[in-house]
Design a protein around this ligand. Sequence first.
Ligand SMILES: C[S@@+](CC[C@H](N)C(=O)[O-])C[C@H]1O[C@@H](n2cnc3c(N)ncnc32)[C@H](O)[C@@H]1O
Length: 202
Amino acid sequence: MDTRASLSESPVIIADREAWEEINLRDAGTVEVEIGFGSGEYLLRRASQYPDRLFIGIEKKPGMITEVAKMVASRNLDNIRLLESCAREAFTELFPACSVSRAYSLFPDPWPKRKHSKYRLFSPQFLRLLNNRLISGSEALIVTDSEDYCNWVLTQLPGTGFEVENGTIPPQFDTRFERKWLKQELRTFFRILLRKTEHIEA
Ligand SMILES: C[S@@+](CC[C@H](N)C(=O)[O-])C[C@H]1O[C@@H](n2cnc3c(N)ncnc32)[C@H](O)[C@@H]1O
């Protein structure tokens, strides 16, 4: 049976506050967070590679959560938890300060139209929040196919407590969107690596 009700019983999906509190982030060791994991390829691969780390995937589309939860179960991965949420809300309400060891977002929605730019995730407000939730010295990785979006993110950074390293990279993540761009002959992506150098109160 493939229903939301049956999946809400999956231990992989964090369905409520009680399930979230059971994780006990303070004692969880190294915690990695993927924002907008989509079909979950990268999250699943990293979780298999690093069985001693805890991986929390945040995705706002319920269908993705359901599919990825099935894959987590079929691969017997016990170090992944999935949150159906907007990353802004999840970071605001659930994660305490200095609780995340690494965060990444592969091909975040670029919202290219000017009238939609208010929906872009990596605003100064979100970057300050992300900074606050990351452990000092840790990193957040953003990879995008859009040079405009990359340049926009770079302009959002002042005052967010990050040092930045950016440049172009070849395909290497084998996610659904990376494959989509490859089919369209796009082979250069934009990487923004943020290192937390100063703690921001949020
Ligand atoms: C372009 S897709 C990329 C998916 C995947 N990372 C990949 O590389 O194939 C962007 C994903 O981010 C999710 N997303 C967008 N905004 C989000 C937000 N504020 N919080 C959580 N997920 C978000 C979307 O639902 C979508 O699955």
